[in-house]
Structure formats: structure tokens, C-alpha cells
Write a protein that binds this ligand. Structure first.
Ligand code: FAD
Length: 450
């Protein structure tokens, strides 16, 4: 396929996440040409991103190249580009690329641009408490987490050591629980014997949320099980605690009684909220579609936008029937609109409502412990953990990735090792917070010189 405009029905897909990739794959045998435009060259398996951040998995295992996944699908072209404009009247998509602007015309458009981290209007927090949405985020967090232990080994002042070994995870949903659990395991098991000056087991790991429960969506039983397990592995769970300030040196929490509690901590992470990609707002402005309070586009029952039956929004950017922002919604949505497009490309004037099949939700807490909610069934403990392993392995893209991921899990969960601890200078120092600790601005006392 050349850079020229395709002759057949042309489907442009924005995004190479679950929605975009599954739509493209479902168009494999369709009489259409497909162009995927994505800001990144990989398909990211976000559910395992926390394992990249904590040194269990490598980036390649969770982020295979989209081009490679689709290399045998001859009707797809993959382009690296940031879609910045969509002209619904002219049916054009405009993207900025490393080689300048490109414009692609479409017959059908699928927008699967996902969601970003939301700081609820406090964007300044992001500098000190990165979210976990991309490979860059995961590597940055990895640098900050391992970097904090490295820095602590270098200083004598107990207050500074304590500040460096205090980790704050904001948001007690699945990502926050998984991150807090993994940092606890790192400090209590993986790094236990690796340092001479500090005792990594002394690390304080706090999981903070303004809500009254951990894993709110999982129901009372699993929620209290998760909280108990977290406490057991050394995580301090602070609920009804709203984060009202985040700076380089710590976090301010407003507790239920209105008092402000200050936590001195260098390494913080944010897993508290999401907002739809800015493309949602753009589409809403251009089409008159409504967006919900988190910036997702309200779609028609078939996932198209009102007045534009050839333009679809799927996945995390779609607002329909209160469906959650989870991988299955994106995959099934992508497949659904691909099916419609396939039929329409054959000349059939069809429409069908998107029917979501809820396959359940799950979250890990630590090795051997997870919770799973499938229909009316609730599982917790070892069985839920095995279920979690199997399902995540099945959904990982690529045979090679499944094998290497399994090997890494054996090493990390049954042994003590983590093979992905290497960091570049940029990662080890972190973007800003950990860098600052070395500068005069911080004026660290007792920094070891030898
Ligand atoms: C840390 C984490 C853990 C998660 N764990 C789970 C879990 O355990 N189970 C579960 O079901 N779900 C989980 N999710 C949610 C799940 O990953 C998402 O629901 C799913 O990825 C949504 O798919 P999507 O295609 O809508 O968006 P994404 O997968 O986010 O993909 C969006 C794509 O659009 C591209 N893009 C964005 N803007 C533009 C633009 N302007 N131009 C071009 N390309 C653009 C991005 O580069 C990306 O390729 C998790 C999410 C995160 C962040």
C-alpha cells in the first residue's frame, strides 16, 4: 500500500490500543483498506504496565510493535502520527507526524484514542506524582521507585532516609492496589538483601484514597479482603483521605475530620482518575455530540456519533450506558464497529446496537493473592490469582511475549528476582523530583561522599 489515497472503502482508525487494534484485526477479511494512525508505534497492554514500573516485565512484553502484529494483514497500513484535527464534512483526518502534517480521507472513521490521567484540575501535581498510562510513565516510575532506594543508601540523615523510603500511591482502584502491593513486595522480598546502609523492609508504603473503600467497584467482601491483605503485606491504607497538595517533598491529605496531614515523601504516584482524550472534545465541538463529565463522547447505541453514521467512537473515549473504561469494552466495541463497516462496505445498509458481554473484573494484590468478580461469583486468594495469571497471559499479544512473560513471573513470584531493574540515567534520576534531591536547592545534609 502506498501513501496515496486507497481506492477501496477506506477505514481510518485513530489509536493502536485495544479498541483500535481489535477493530483493525476484525477487518482482516473485509473488502476495505485500513489506515491506523497512532501517537505511538506499539500496542500497549495497559493492565500489565504496573509490572514494567516495578521491574517484573520488560517494555517489549507489554508493548509489541503494532506494525509487527499486523504485518501479515495486507489491507492495513500503520502510520505514526498525532491526530490533531478531524473534518467531518470533508471526511478528513489531519495528523502531525515526524515528517510534517498528513491528511487522510476516510469513508469510515473509528476513534479509539483512549483516556489520559486526570488530576481533577490540579495538573501541577503531575510533575511530582506521575500517572501510569504509557510506557514512558512506567519507566519513569520504575526510575523513581528504584532510584529512591539508591538515594536512601547514600544518605545518613534518618529523616531524609525516611522521606526517600516513603512511597505514596494515590487512588485505591485496581492500578493503585497493584502498585502498592508490588512496591511492598519489592521492599520486603526483592530488595531485602541488596543494601548495606538501609533496610529496604523499613520502607513505608501508603495507599491513599478519598473514598471509604479499597477497590470500591468489587463489592464489600472483596473490598475488605483486599484491604486486609494489603495491610498484611505492609501497606498502610488511608481511606477518606483527600489529596489536597502534592509537591516535590510530600503530600498533603485532608482527613475525614477536616485536619490536614502531611506525609513527607519523595516518590509518589497517581492512579486516581481519568479523562477522555482531547480528541473527544474536538469531535464534540465538530459534531454537536455531548461529552460526559470526564470528557468521553456520548455515542448512539451502535457507537456512532449523532448525525454521522460513518464515524464511531469506541473504548475509553466512548460514553454509552455507563460502561466502564476497561479493555473488554474497547475490544468488543472495536469488533462491533468493524463488523458494521464490513457489511456496509458490501453495500448493506445495516445498523446494530452494541451489546457488551461483561466477562468480569479482577485485580492482583500481591503474589498469590488477587480478587475476581465474574457475574455473581466472587473469588479471592490463590485461585483468583491463578485465574488472573491465565487470563492476562491469554490476552497478551504474541506467543513469544506469553512465553517470556510466564518466565518472568516464575522468576519474580516464585523466586525473589526481578530481571527488569536496569534504568537509564534519566530513569534512575527521575524527571524532576529525584533530580532535585542532588541539587543545592535541596541542600541535603550528610550526603555520603565516598
Ligand atoms: C495502568 C492501567 C491498568 C489497567 N488495568 C486493566 C485491567 O486489569 N483490566 C481491564 O479490563 N482494563 C484495564 N485497564 C483499562 C484498559 O487498559 C483500557 O480500558 C483500554 O486500554 C482502553 O482501550 P482504548 O483502545 O480505548 O484506549 P488505549 O488502549 O488507551 O489506546 C489509545 C490509543 O490511542 C492513541 N492516541 C491517543 N490520542 C491520539 C491522537 N491524538 N492521535 C493518534 N493516536 C492517539 C494512543 O497512543 C493509543 O494507542 C487499565 C488501564 C491502565 C492505565
Amino acid at each position: 500500500m502506498s501513501h496515496g489515497e486507497p481506492k477501496r472503502h477506506h477505514v481510518v482508525i485513530v489509536g493502536s490500543g485495544f479498541g483500535g487494534l481489535f477493530a483493525a484485526r476484525a477487518l482482516k477479511r473485509a473488502d476495505v483498506d485500513v489506515t491506523i494512525i497512532s501517537k505511538v508505534t506499539h500496542h500497549l497492554f495497559q493492565p500489565l504496565l504496573y509490572q514494567v514500573a516495578t521491574g517484573v516485565l520488560s517494555t517489549g512484553e507489554v508493548a509489541p510493535a503494532t506494525r509487527e502484529i499486523l504485518s501479515r494483514q495486507r489491507n492495513v497500513q500503520v502510520l505514526l502520527g498525532n491526530v490533531t484535527d478531524i473534518d467531518l464534512d470533508q471526511k478528513l483526518v489531519v495528523a502531525t507526524t515526524p515528517m510534517g502534517l498528513i491528511t487522510k480521507s476516510y469513508d469510515s472513521l473509528i476513534i479509539a484514542a483512549g483516556a489520559n490521567q486526570s488530576y481533577f484540575g490540579n495538573e501541577a501535581f503531575s510533575e511530582h506524582a506521575p500517572g501510569l498510562k504509557s510506557i514512558d510513565d512506567a519507566l519513569e516510575l520504575r526510575g523513581r521507585i528504584f532510584g529512591a532506594f539508591e538515594m536512601a543508601e547514600l544518605v545518613d540523615d534518618p529523616a531524609v532516609v525516611e522521606q526517600l523510603l516513603t512511597f505514596v500511591v494515590v487512588g485505591a482502584g485496581p492500578t493503585g492496589v497493584e502498585m502498592a502491593g508490588q512496591i511492598a513486595e519489592l521492599s520486603r522480598r526483592t530488595l531485602r538483601k541488596d543494601f548495606r546502609h538501609i533496610d529496604p523492609r523499613m520502607a513505608r508504603i501508603l495507599l491513599v484514597d478519598a473514598a471509604p473503600t479499597v477497590l470500591g467497584g468489587f463489592g464489600d467482601r472483596l473490598s475488605s479482603y483486599a484491604e486486609r491483605q494489603l495491610i498484611k503485606i505492609g501497606v498502610e491504607v488511608k481511606l477518606n483521605a483527600a489529596v489536597v497538595g502534592v509537591d516535590a517533598e510530600g503530600v498533603d491529605l485532608r482527613m475525614a475530620n477536616g485536619e490536614i496531614e502531611r506525609i513527607e515523601s519523595i516518590c509518589k504516584m497517581w492512579a486516581a482518575g481519568v479523562s477522555g482524550s482531547p480528541l473527544g472534545r474536538l469531535i464534540a465541538e465538530r459534531s454537536g455530540a455531548e461529552i460526559d463529565r470526564v470528557g468521553r463522547v456520548k455515542v448512539e447505541p451502535d457507537c456512532s456519533i449523532a448525525g454521522h453514521s460513518n464515524v464511531f467512537v469506541v473504548g475509553d473515549l466512548m460514553a454509552l450506558d455507563n460502561l466502564p473504561g476497561v479493555a473488554q469494552v474497547a475490544m468488543q466495541g472495536g469488533r462491533h464497529v468493524a463488523k458494521l463497516i464490513k457489511k456496509r462496505a458490501k453495500g448493506k445498509d445495516v445498523s446494530a446496537d452494541f451489546e457488551y458481554w461483561d466477562k468480569g473484573s479482577m485485580a492482583t494484590i500481591s503474589r498469590f493473592r488477587a480478587v475476581a468478580s465474574v457475574g455473581r461469583l466472587r473469588f479471592s486468594g490463590f485461585f483468583a490469582w491463578i485465574l488472573w495469571l491465565v487470563i492476562h497471559l491469554l490476552y497478551l499479544i504474541g506467543f513469544k511475549n506469553r512465553i517470556t512473560t510466564l518466565l518472568h513471573w516464575v522468576v519474580s513470584f516464585f523466586g525473589r528476582g526481578r530481571s527488569e531493574r536496569a534504568g537509564t540515567v534519566q530513569q534512575v534520576l527521575g524527571r524532576t523530583a529525584l533530580k532535585r534531591i542532588q541539587t543545592d536547592e535541596w541542600n541535603l545534609p550528610n550526603t555520603k561522599k565516598d
